[in-house]
Design a protein around this ligand. Structure first.
Ligand code: FES
Length: 182
């Protein structure tokens, strides 16, 4: 990730204040991410060997995620958010379906038919790739601490610099309680 890359290759000769700010902000974001990881169960589903990782699919048991909870799993080297949405979160998303949006999509387009409670998203901000935290910002969804992008309860971008909604990966339900991602 970008903050790791910056930290791994510090440039001691740089006195560009913008660059210093970026390093500071990135470090802060990493700290916030660590708190988030403690708050949510983190289940590592990265079963395949490293050399097959790029093509890997994962299967996930949805019974591990209670209503109102989000689990983060690692998938193809990225965090994947698996969120079991409450009725209130779903209602908020549907209510805003026709709001003025930067990347217009209805909530229904972002989940499988009849499975509105399950939102599965690639957990990287579409601005510069930080990991947004759930529960921040005024739309009740995700907030990216790096530069202030705000996503709603459908993962749609509502404010801040991110250009696109959080990405919904290819996935399929294998049963009522099991999904295959990738
Ligand atoms: S990475 Fe810039 S707002 Fe998320």
């Amino acid at each position: 990730m970008s903050d790791t890359a910056v930290g791994a290759n510090p440039d001691p000769h740089s006195d560009d204040p913008n660059r210093r700010d970026f390093i500071h902000i990135a470090a802060g974001a990493a700290a916030v991410g660590a708190v988030g990881a403690l708050a949510w169960p983190f289940i590592d589903q990265m079963n395949p060997a490293g050399d097959t990782l790029a093509l890997a699919s994962i299967e996930f048991d949805l019974t591990k995620v209670a209503e109102g909870q989000q689990v983060v799993v690692k998938w193809r080297g990225k965090p994947l958010f698996i969120r079991n949405r409450t009725a209130k979160e779903i209602a908020a998303a549907i209510k805003d379906d026709h709001a003025d949006m930067r990347d217009p999509e209805t909530d229904e387009q972002r989940h499988k038919p009849g499975k509105a409670q399950w939102l599965i998203l690639v957990g990287t901000c579409t601005h510069l790739g930080c990991v947004p935290t759930f529960g921040g910002g005024e739309y009740g969804g995700w907030f990216c601490p790096c530069h202030g992008s705000v996503y709603d309860t459908s993962g749609r971008i509502r404010k801040g610099p991110a250009p696109k909604n959080l990405v919904v990966p290819d996935y399929a339900f294998l049963s009522d309680t099991k999904v295959k991602v990738g």
